[in-house]
Write a protein that binds this ligand. Structure first.
Ligand code: ADP
Ligand code: MG
Length: 247
């Protein structure tokens, strides 16, 4: 790969009371690349994000971001450096408006109040929540909460976005604009995206490469075509859960 790797995961291991959630996980992601991460439930996908984003310390191995070792750094420090994750379960501040929730995520940027508001509004519109900007976040339907979660991440101006099942719970018509937005972010701003996703159609469409995790190990890493035709991947994941192909 010609471009520099912006994320490098080397020899990462993590156990929970004897359960090997991750074992010797290694991969690199190039700047501007979109990496899909798939694997059965319990494969270690979210644990991997927790380690990359600093929420968990690995028992072994390192995570580097933009050439710097960030292993064990706090989530806050990693996010401010430019690597930002979304959560599988959304947790906005319930009593606040959509706009304020997004503004809060960008607060560390020391904008003036007015600039912060403009920036937040810009991001809110970008994810298609413009009409909801002044509504209380708890009024949002699932698709809206997902967009809000994405907006809060985008408000931090990430260089690397870690997305944990942002399409789950969305109907196909709601997924399209999210996929379009992610493609646009990469195209226009060179944002690198790592996304955990069960919906294979989305993985096939968006990912440059796909990392397959199974029982905490890297089972395969390659183009979407390569991994989906890999017999081990079909055995471990695709064959076993056919409903995921169009879920
Ligand atoms: N905080 C935790 N404490 C104990 N076990 C955990 C914890 N987080 C994850 N696990 C376990 O680690 C394994 C991997 O989980 P997870 O990373 O959530 O998988 P995935 O996101 O691929 O479904 C599972 O067996 C899960 O039960
Ligand atoms: Mg998970």
């Amino acid at each position: 790969m010609a471009s520099m790797s912006i994320v490098k995961v080397a020899g990462v291991g993590k156990s929970f009371r004897g359960l090997h959630a991750l074992s010797d996980v290694e991969f690199e992601v190039a700047e501007g690349e979109i990496l899909g991460i798939i694997g059965p439930n319990g494969a270690g996908k979210t644990t991997l994000f927790n380690i990359v984003a600093g929420a968990l310390k690995p028992d072994a191995g390192q995570v580097a971001f933009a050439g710097r070792d960030v292993t064990g750094h706090t989530p806050d420090r990693i996010a401010r450096a430019g690597m930002v994750r979304t959560f599988q379960l959304m947790r906005p501040f319930a009593s606040m408006s959509v706009l304020d929730n997004v503004g809060l995520a960008a607060q560390h940027r020391r904008f003036s109040r007015r600039k912060l508001r403009e920036h937040a509004l810009d991001v809110v519109e970008r994810v298609g929540l413009g009409p909801w900007a002044h509504r209380v976040s708890t009024e949002l339907p699932t698709a809206g909460l997902k967009r809000l979660e994405l907006a809060r991440a985008l408000a931090m101006r990430p260089k690397v976005l870690l997305l944990d099942e942002v399409l789950a719970g969305l109907v196909p018509a709601e997924r399209e604009p999210v996929l379009d937005l992610l493609a646009l972010l990469r195209e226009q701003e060179g944002v690198t995206v790592l996304f955990i996703e069960h919906i294979m159609a989305a993985v096939m469409r968006l990912a440059d490469r796909v990392l397959v995790l199974d029982q905490g190990r890297v089972l395969a890493l390659g183009s979407p075509e390569e991994v989906t035709s890999d017999a081990r991947v079909i055995d471990a994941y695709l064959g076993e859960e056919p409903t995921h192909a169009d879920a």
